[in-house]
Write a protein that binds this ligand. Structure first.
Ligand code: ZN
Length: 274
């Protein structure tokens, strides 16, 4: 099996300090959280940005500050969100992609998201893919429902995404696909043989899905964006705590952890060739 790539989704676009006082908000706080997660074993940082009052923003200047702060601290792969929050316009969501980060998420279809609708029309998918191509950004397909796999493959078939294909199965969002082993296995079956995948289980499903990711040869995403608890009724005090647990599990299951450099090779990111 490949070495395990751990993504730390440290902030998200929905969570507030009411849910957890440990949520990082300023660029410095976000970069520190990423740094600790990197020290714990994460090789990709999935980031969102916040305004000073904590509200989510896709403002590229704030993303630029976060990225600068992270790069001063470590060599983790930076993956910006192009999802933002469900009410944002496509143009707004794409703003951080224009900074040419190594990776960005590309949500591959429309889905109910709690009480909201997360809109990603066919036209938007094309626009997002083209924008990422223009700025040399590798997409990670965010898959909330099974039909989204086909949508992503269609982008590749039509040349709007080229190179290595990497998927993130986000399972257990209320309104979307439940986090079950059967659902995960079915989606893995739909991927081309050389594609790679990560699994992110939401809330209490984070840990069982991470364990499946490790044992099935996939990769794992954890972090406050997906889950704020270490165990039932006990908040995780940092994203690093959640990463450390995955590292311990992987150790017991004899799966080695990928460094950022090794993750770049596995994912075929351009920087691995320079
Ligand atoms: Zn996100």
């Amino acid at each position: 099996m490949q070495k395990l790539i751990i993504t730390a989704a440290v902030v998200g676009g929905e969570l507030t300090r009411k849910e957890t006082p440990y949520l990082p908000i300023t660029p410095q706080e976000i970069a520190n959280e990423v740094y600790l997660a990197w020290q714990a074993g994460a090789s990709i940082a999935h980031i969102h940005a916040r305004q000073q009052d904590g509200s989510p923003t896709q403002d590229r200047t704030i993303y630029a500050e976060i990225i600068r702060e992270i790069q001063e601290r470590c060599d983790i792969i930076i993956q910006v969100s192009s999802g933002g929050s469900t009410w944002m316009s496509a143009e707004e969501r794409l703003d951080p992609v224009t900074l040419s980060p190594e990776m960005a998420t590309l949500t591959s279809g429309t889905v109910n998201f709690g009480r909201d609708v997360f809109m990603n029309s066919p036209e938007m998918l094309d626009t997002f893919a083209k924008k990422m191509q223009t700025y040399g950004v590798a997409p990670e397909f965010e898959i909330f429902e099974v039909g989204m796999v086909e949508n992503a493959l269609s982008l590749a078939k039509r040349g709007l995404v080229t190179g290595h294909l990497h998927f993130d199965f986000v399972l257990g969002v209320p309104g979307a696909m439940p986090a079950t082993a059967k659902n995960l296995l079915h989606m893995i079956d739909l991927l081309p043989q050389d594609a790679t995948w990560t699994v992110a289980g939401i809330g209490r499903f984070e840990l069982p899905m991470a364990t499946l990711g490790i044992t099935l040869g996939g990769h794992v995403r954890v972090g406050f964006e997906d889950n704020i608890y270490y165990r039932r009724g006990q908040l995780a005090k940092s994203n690093a705590e959640l990463v450390e647990r995955v590292v311990r599990l992987a150790g017991e299951l004899q799966r080695e952890i990928a460094s950022p450099t090794e993750a770049r090779q596995i994912l075929g990111l351009p920087r691995s060739r320079s």
